[in-house]
Design a protein around this ligand. Structure first.
Ligand SMILES: Cc1cc2nc3c(=O)[nH]c(=O)nc-3n(C[C@H](O)[C@H](O)[C@H](O)COP(=O)(O)OP(=O)(O)OC[C@H]3O[C@@H](n4cnc5c(N)ncnc54)[C@H](O)[C@@H]3O)c2cc1C
Length: 449
């Protein structure tokens, strides 16, 4: 029997779910949602046990259903800021969205443990048999290629006798008097270091391989609800600093002084920007690790140290190596999101994947032709370098200017749970619009030079 649906969604991760949710609420369309994994939620199913969202739960999930209780944490290094869902909460949330909302709607057919293959066929990974589905449109909800350490092998060699595990196994391998070497300069590595320090590991026994240092965002500046005013002030300050800077270097220095972009080492000018976000308390903790290995990428782990692109680094034989080098935020080539019968989910606001998927879904049901939809949904690819900070901040601002001109769209944004930022921009007055225009001109000049 052949199943006909309006949309076949390849991937029940956060983006596929956020996309389907908006269309289910704003139309009477039908879906087949297919995923290789046995449960919705994508990479969260394979995340490390102590992972939490990096940004407030209030902005995450699907638009129609709150995640968490909008509480401000009273304990821990996120104290004073809005709650961050744990892995368990995120997975349970997507399970409930599927079981309590999507499936009872009668408009969603869910195929876990199935793959959309290169020919576009849906094949069961359990039986190998094909499932006949004829969609009007295919939605690629896996184009962003999120990688997590548990689901891929590191791209360096490991000698026999050396113990290297993905971050998922850190709580299992941790023990008294061990030396730890954290491999990776991104947010996953920061989480590994923070877990060790939260469990009273000696910072001197931690070595941290950071091929590049990162500009880091302050989570206190990305807050909803009663803390949104500070986020608004920070956003305006950011635009002001950019608008008053003569060079990119001056801009980064000003944003650094303003506490908008942090760096862990005042002697090192970061060359990486990938939206890593921590709290002031976490930032203070991370700076306690002084054994930072800046000798390029790891090529091989020996039993007595590391072979890196920049040379050898000796370590004790009892060292446990923690792999945090997976690319959770791959910088994929941007492509038109709407291409006739195919929709390729990407970010239209940087590092806001679920918001982006929801926004794309709203554009799909609201506008008629692909040209208009693509004009509204201009892709803002994931950032990777310091220069990308300018690129994505500019692209975000230009998208907001386009969205601002559409009254209906602006109202949708202000009402959207997953959009924590349009309310902030909406309340901006004329002088702010002028500052924004100067910031845009400066960013364009920086990128052209
Ligand atoms: C540790 C971590 C914390 C994060 N915290 C936040 C946060 O706080 N706020 C925020 O906005 N963002 C956050 N992000 C970023 C982003 O929101 C998440 O990574 C998001 O879950 C990405 O979802 P996705 O659907 O794009 O990808 P995935 O989770 O990778 O989902 C894609 C799905 O597609 C399936 N698939 C792939 N190919 C096929 C195929 N051929 N056939 C069938 N199925 C297929 C896969 O099995 C997978 O389940 C975080 C990311 C990480 C890694």
């Amino acid at each position: 029997m052949t199943l006909h649906v309006d949309y076949l969604v390849g991937g029940a991760g956060a983006m596929g779910m956020a996309f389907a949710d908006v269309i289910l609420h704003e139309s009477d369309k039908t879906f087949a949602i297919v995923d290789k994994r046995p449960a919705p939620g994508g990479h969260w199913n394979d995340a490390y046990p102590f992972v939490r969202l990096h940004q407030p739960s209030a902005f995450y999930g699907v638009n129609s259903r709150a995640l968490g209780d909008d509480l401000i944490d009273k304990v821990g290094w996120n104290r004073g800021l809005y709650e961050l869902a744990s892995k368990g909460e995120v997975c349970a949330y997507y399970d409930r969205v599927m079981r309590e909302q999507f499936l009872p709607s009668g408009r969603v057919h869910y195929f876990p443990n199935c793959e959309v293959n290169a020919q576009g066929e849906v094949v069961s990974l359990v039986t190998g048999s094909s499932i006949e589905i004829t969609p009007d449109k295919y939605v690629d909800a896996s184009y962003m290629q999120v990688q997590v350490p548990a689901t891929r092998d590191p791209d360096y060699a490991i000698d026999e006798g050396a113990l290297c595990v993905p971050i998922n196994a850190l709580p299992k391998v941790a023990g008294p008097n061990l030396t730890y070497t954290i491999i990776g300069g991104g947010k996953t590595a920061m989480d590994a270091v923070l877990w060790l320090l939260a469990n009273d590991a000696d910072p001197q026994k931690i070595h941290w391989v950071r091929p590049r240092d990162s500009w880091i965002l302050n989570r206190a500046n990305i807050q909803p609800g009663e803390l949104a005013l500070k986020s608004q002030e920070s956003f305006l300050r950011q635009m002001t600093e950019i608008s008053e800077s003569g060079t990119p270097e001056e801009m980064f220095a000003r944003l650094n002084s303003a506490g908008i972009l942090w760096r862990l080492d005042p002697e090192i000018w970061p060359s990486m920007y990938r939206c890593a976000t921590v709290t002031p308390a976490e930032f203070t903790q991370l700076k306690r690790v002084r054994n930072v290995v800046r000798m390029g990428h790891v090529e091989r782990i020996h039993t007595n140290g590391l072979e890196l692109t920049g040379g050898e680094y000796a370590l004790p034989e009892d060292t446990v190596y923690i792999d945090c080098s997976a690319d959770g935020l791959a910088k994929r080539p941007a492509q038109a999101i709407f291409q006739s019968q195919r929709i390729t989910l990407q970010t239209v606001r940087f590092c806001q994947q679920v918001f982006s998927a929801a926004f794309i879904a709203h554009a799909e049901v609201t506008y008629k032709d692909d040209a208009k939809k693509n004009e509204i949904c201009n892709v803002v690819p994931h950032p990777d370098t310091d220069e990308d900070f300018i690129r994505v901040t500019l692209a975000n601002t230009l998208n907001s200017i386009v969205w601002n001109q559409d009254e209906e769209l602006m109202q949708w944004l202000v009402d959207a749970r997953l959009d924590g930022f349009s309310v902030i921009r909406r309340t901006a007055d004329e002088s702010v619009v002028e500052i924004g225009a100067r910031a845009v001109a400066n960013m364009q000049r920086f990128l052209a030079s």
